[in-house]
Design a protein around this ligand. Structure first.
Ligand code: G3P
Ligand code: MG
Length: 248
């Protein structure tokens, strides 16, 4: 499965943001399975490294927002992370569900979905641990590694020049400084917050040869606008809703 082939065949693609996280606890195998069932082309999810150097899929640096635990991911072992309930405070009636490892996600879904691996932490060796798994499951062509952190992207680009790099940023960030920090990193795609995208934005991106992958688009009308502007990937918490909106 190759992201550029899919783009050429389908035009705008729909990715489940943290899976189909409008319908199930975010960043869980249930949420990813649901995105696949709904027909999403890919999934976006967030990765940190545990204390014992295992890439796990969870949004925050701290586990308390999305699980029933306390502490920083980087200070907890995989065994400790696995003992937590990732349904967390948002889904009080949901049956207990585990934080998945990146290995579990890729081993289950390789060949079925495109993966936007958002690397949150710049923990030592995170680029190597992630790239090892991408290699293990042979999903290089189906992966975009994105980050808000230019340091992370520099490290991926230097060690794994074939990996597609997505540069994440949102309204209010100091672009000039961030752009300077990205000097020398070959960017495959820009990953802006969707409200930043208009015709001049798309023209500039095309001029530089970047794909434009955006988040988090839950409004069908906005999804149609973004498709008409030529956006490559729309990430949403509700893949079924946005796929339906783009089906005409
Ligand atoms: O990767 C797109 C989006 O997920 C970035 O923001 O906070 O949802 O990880 P966040
Ligand atoms: Mg994310």
């Amino acid at each position: 499965m190759d992201i550029d082939t899919l783009l050429a065949e389908h035009g705008t693609l729909v990715f489940g943001h943290r899976g189909a996280s409008g319908y199930a606890p975010e960043n869980t195998m249930e949420s990813f399975g649901l995105a696949l069932e709904q027909g999403a082309h890919g999934i976006e999810f967030d990765v940190h490294l545990t204390a014992d150097s295992v890439p796990v899929v969870i949004h925050d640096f701290d586990v308390h927002t999305t699980t029933d635990g306390q502490g920083m991911v980087v200070d907890l072992t995989l065994e400790q992370i696995k003992s937590l309930n990732a349904a967390g405070p948002k889904w009080p009636k949901h049956a207990p569900i585990q934080v998945p490892t990146l290995d579990e996600v890729l081993s289950t879904l390789a060949g079925k979905l495109i993966f936007n691996i958002e690397v949150k932490a710049d923990t030592e060796n995170i680029e190597h641990r992630v790239a090892e798994l991408v290699g293990k499951y042979g999903v290089g062509d189906a992966v975009v590694v994105s980050s808000f952190n230019p340091v992370v992207l520099h490290r991926f680009a230097a060690a794994y020049p074939k990996i597609r790099i997505g540069y994440l940023y949102m309204d209010g960030e100091p672009y000039t400084q961030l752009a300077q920090m990205m000097t020398g990193v070959p960017i495959y795609a820009r990953h802006p917050y969707h409200a930043m995208i208009d015709t001049p934005y798309m023209n500039a991106a095309r001029q530089h040869g970047y794909k434009v992958n955006t988040w988090t688009v839950n409004d069908p009308e906005r999804a149609r606008q973004l498709r008409d502007l030529g956006v490559d990937v729309v990430m949403t918490d509700f893949p079924d809703r946005i796929l339906h909106a783009l089906s005409d």
